[in-house]
Design a protein around this ligand. Structure first.
Ligand code: HEM
Length: 425
């Protein structure tokens, strides 16, 4: 048996809890070729260069193993056009520009920011439900429901239908997890769930076309950009993309965030007293424990020279964003968790034309969620460290995060009172 490469070890679920020493090893050779022909890139400048290079494609149909290895990108619904995360310019840019109109500046500045009070209410309601329990699961009880509730509101899913959406969002994520069945079983299940979701989104779009509201689906159906409006099919693909791209990523940000705070009780304590630190704290959490550790969906369409290596055309790439985030050439003392870090241009939302569309929303969700947990959970303690992880090396995060608590401070009291000493162990 040939020795497992560093990248093979990173892919191994046994190393999921702490892949960072392996990333340090990986960066010693910025570009490495794997036995299957994938080129792994692990240093900050080289990743950024490739993310901005028009000779790199995100279209799965250009992937040499597309027919057998990548039969179904999880974001895409069967029978519908590829969503824009899986497209290159000019189609990518046309669809993204149309979707952006409702999502933020320059057409709707303040829209996401305006959701902050409502998101705070949702977070309050979820934490209220923890009251009376001595052991809670930050994943199932809090981090999972928050983003899906947010995306339902954005898309305009009526409240009574939201439980179905939660089920689909969970099911799609479950089918990405290899421990939930064989590849064929998971593909079958994903196709079934995607078909149900597609049908639902189709009915929703038809209802909104008849009677538009103030939601994203209505906006996508009725508004037009310089290149015309979005087709009904593209609206459905975009709706599904937003659900899938924005769900587990945000779950992981909130969960990794709480885990990191519990491992750094001084920072947790400071957050209770200094809520204004949350903006820098969330950026550092994104850098330090990125929810998306790597992107493996890129392929070269021409020979490209990087760090003295020529990557031939038609080579799949693995861009290890999490290794770039800890590159000492870019970030001083990169393995230190430092919420006061300045110049923190991490790669966690990517860079270039596919820069995360939902970054403003993800930031607001985490900025609301973490201070609320910090202020209201009394004496939170990790039950197991490390917690159990989902196996995915790409979307990395705990499957559960069990925390013991002494009590839950009522929301009104937490808003009034300065952080109480009893909140710290
Ligand atoms: C902490 C949470 C999040 C993280 C870490 C994250 C990360 C990323 C990354 C790394 C990409 C680049 C993908 C690529 O280049 O192939 C991306 C793209 C994208 N994200 Fe996020 N994301 C988060 C939350 C969200 C949310 C909440 C939404 C939507 C509501 C969202 C929607 C998208 C979309 C639509 C794209 C595709 C952009 C394009 O292709 O132009 N993301 N995200």
């Amino acid at each position: 048996m040939p020795e497992a490469s560093i990248f093979d070890q990173i892919l191994d679920p046994a190393n999921r809890a702490n892949p960072y020493p392996l990333y340090t090893e990986l960066r010693k050779t910025p570009v490495t070729r794997q036995a299957d022909g994938t080129y792994v890139v692990s240093t900050y400048n080289e990743i950024v260069a490739l993310l901005h290079d028009p000779r790199v494609s995100s279209d799965p149909r250009r992937h040499p193993g597309f027919a057998d290895a990548k039969p179904a990108a999880e974001e895409d619904l069967p029978g519908l056009p590829l969503s824009f995360i899986n497209q290159d310019p000019p189609e990518h840019d046309r669809l993204r520009e149309l979707a952006m109109r409702r999502f933020g500046p320059p057409c709707t500045p303040g829209w996401i920011e305006g959701m902050r009070p409502w998101l705070a209410e949702v977070a309050t309601g979820l934490i209220d439900k923890l009251s009376g329990h001595s052991r809670v699961d930050i994943v199932d009880d809090f981090a999972y429901p928050l983003p899906v509730t947010a995306i339902c509101r954005i898309l305009g899913v009526p409240r009574e239908d939201q439980p179905r959406f939660h089920v689909w969002a969970d099911a799609i994520i479950e089918t990405i997890d290899p421990s939930t069945g064989t590849f064929e079983e998971r593909l079958r299940r994903r196709r079934q769930v995607q078909a149900e979701l597609g049908q639902y989104l189709g009915e929703l779009a038809d209802a909104r076309a008849r009677q538009p509201g103030d939601d994203l689906i209505s906006g996508l159906l009725t508004e037009s950009g310089p290149h015309g409006p979005m087709s009904r099919e593209d609206v459905l693909s975009t709706g599904s993309l937003l659900l899938v791209a924005g769900h587990e990523t945000t779950v992981n940000l909130i969960t990794n965030g709480m885990l990191t705070l519990l491992r750094h009780p001084d920072v947790l304590d400071r957050l209770r007293r200094e809520p204004g630190m949350i903006t820098g704290l969330v950026e550092e959490l994104l850098r330090y424990e990125p929810p998306v550790q790597m992107r493996t969906n890129r392929v070269t369409v021409a020979d490209i020279d990087v760090a003295g290596v020529t990557i031939p055309a038609e080579s799949p790439l693995a861009l290890v964003l999490a290794a770039g985030n800890r590159d000492p050439q870019r970030f001083p003392d990169p393995d230190r968790f430092d919420p006061d870090r300045t110049s923190n241009e991490h790669l966690s939302f990517n860079s270039g034309i596919h820069y995360c569309f939902g970054a403003p929303l993800a930031r607001v969700e985490a900025q609301v969620a973490l201070p609320a947990l910090a202020r209201r959970l009394v004496n939170p303690r990790l039950v197991t460290d490390p917690p159990p992880y989902r196996p995915s090396p790409e979307l990395r995060g705990p499957r559960h995060l069990l925390v013991e608590i002494d009590a839950v401070i009522p929301a009104a009291e937490a808003a009034r009172a300065p952080a109480s000493p009893k909140q710290t162990a």
